[in-house]
Ligand binder design. Structure first.
Ligand code: AHG
Ligand code: MN
Ligand code: MN
Length: 335
């Protein structure tokens, strides 16, 4: 009897069989995303041997230096998603404007947003990086090109989201609304095999994760709230790749914090293809995600590259952090 764990596609097909009206288009879409992540994983794991380390010599719409691996990952996702025939619009951190695709009559039902390579500053030093994606159902008329209205949707409208973390192993985590499930790449098979069925974020955890180098620039209430988390009951873990910090928080619990600050009044992380897909996943897994005042999944993006503060993690810990944010009496012993 074959004891091998389910592959990603077997898992998605088993879920899709629960919906008689399903056409199989979602499976085709997820197959494309899974393939893209496997191709990116292969290049990440041998970037030092190829020509993919270092900078591409241009800046993206965010004004950030683009790494060669950013470009490679973006091109890989655009190519596999376009070939899938399942998408009508693509929005990427590395594209100033969306890619609009002509649908065929029975496909092109989905719009996909993605951060093709998250944690770019860590590529050249072999620290974990990742890919983040979100899937929306199209809103535009089916007989025309997809467009920005298919992409500027809140996280609560996502029909699926996920990430791949390229670390000591490659782990692909996704949800389509029926729980959060993780798959580990078996390079000898080239398959993503179910390794983390039905992930649940622990209600509380012993880690907090933030770039303390920004402390002086944080708002007073954030500095006070973080200081209360630094009472010795928690350990600081900060990789500097959102996907790696989020994945640890997903499995071990705790909080990830990227507040706004004086230099980044809207925050650094992007709402559409970083914060919202992760917020969707954390809420699916029993966690919580806010910008300090509202749920991330309720925020409607005005522009493709809108930024947001992000407080993500265990439900009890994030609730405690939000309470501390509003606690004027809290002493500011961090000043
Ligand atoms: P990206 O590489 O896609 O631009 O994302 C980088 C982000 C995110 O991965 C991480 O959490 C954050 O930048 C780290 O920012 P700091 O270096 O300011 O801490
Ligand atoms: Mn990123
Ligand atoms: Mn990126």
């Amino acid at each position: 009897m074959d004891q091998r764990p389910m592959t990603l596609i077997e898992h998605i097909e088993a879920s899709e069989r629960r919906f008689p009206e399903a056409t199989g288009a979602f499976t085709v879409l997820m197959q494309a995303i899974g393939l893209a992540c496997k191709i990116i994983s292969r290049e990440v794991n041998q970037a030092g041997l190829g020509k993919l380390l270092g900078l591409a010599g241009r800046r993206n719409v965010q004004g950030e230096q683009v790494a060669r691996l950013d470009e490679f990952a973006n091109d890989t996702l655009v190519r596999t998603l376009t070939r899938s025939g399942s998408v009508c619009a693509l929005g990427s951190e590395e594209l100033a404007v969306p890619i609009r695709l002509p649908p065929t009559p029975d496909t092109g039902h989905y719009a996909v947003v993605f951060d093709p390579l998250d944690g770019s500053s860590n590529i050249d030093v072999a620290v974990s990086v990742g890919t983040i994606f979100g899937v929306f159902r199209r809103r535009s008329p089916r007989n025309g090109l997809g467009g920005v209205e298919d992409l500027l949707q809140p996280g609560s409208s996502l029909c699926a989201a996920g990430y791949a973390v390229y670390g000591s192993s490659t782990v692909f985590v996704y949800s389509a609304g029926l729980g959060v499930h993780g798959f580990t790449l078996d390079p000898s098979l080239g398959e993503l095999l179910l390794s983390h069925p039905d992930i649940r974020v622990p209600p509380s955890g012993s880690y907090y994760s933030c770039n303390s180098g920004n402390r002086k620039a944080w708002p007073d209430n954030v500095r006070r709230a973080v200081a209360r988390f630094e009472d010795g009951s928690r350990s600081l873990r900060y990789v500097g790749s959102l996907v790696a910090d989020a994945h640890r928080t997903m499995l071990c619990g705790g909080v990830f914090l990227y507040p706004a600050d004086r230099g980044k009044p809207e925050g650094k992380l992007r709402l559409l293809y970083e914060a919202a897909p992760l917020a969707y996943l954390f809420e699916q897994a029993g966690g919580r995600a806010s910008d300090g005042t509202m749920r991330i999944v309720d925020k409607v993006p005005r522009q493709l590259h809108d930024r947001t503060p992000l407080f993500l993690g265990s439900a009890d810990d994030i609730a405690e952090f939000e309470r501390l944010l509003g606690d004027e009496e809290a002493r500011d012993d961090a000043s």
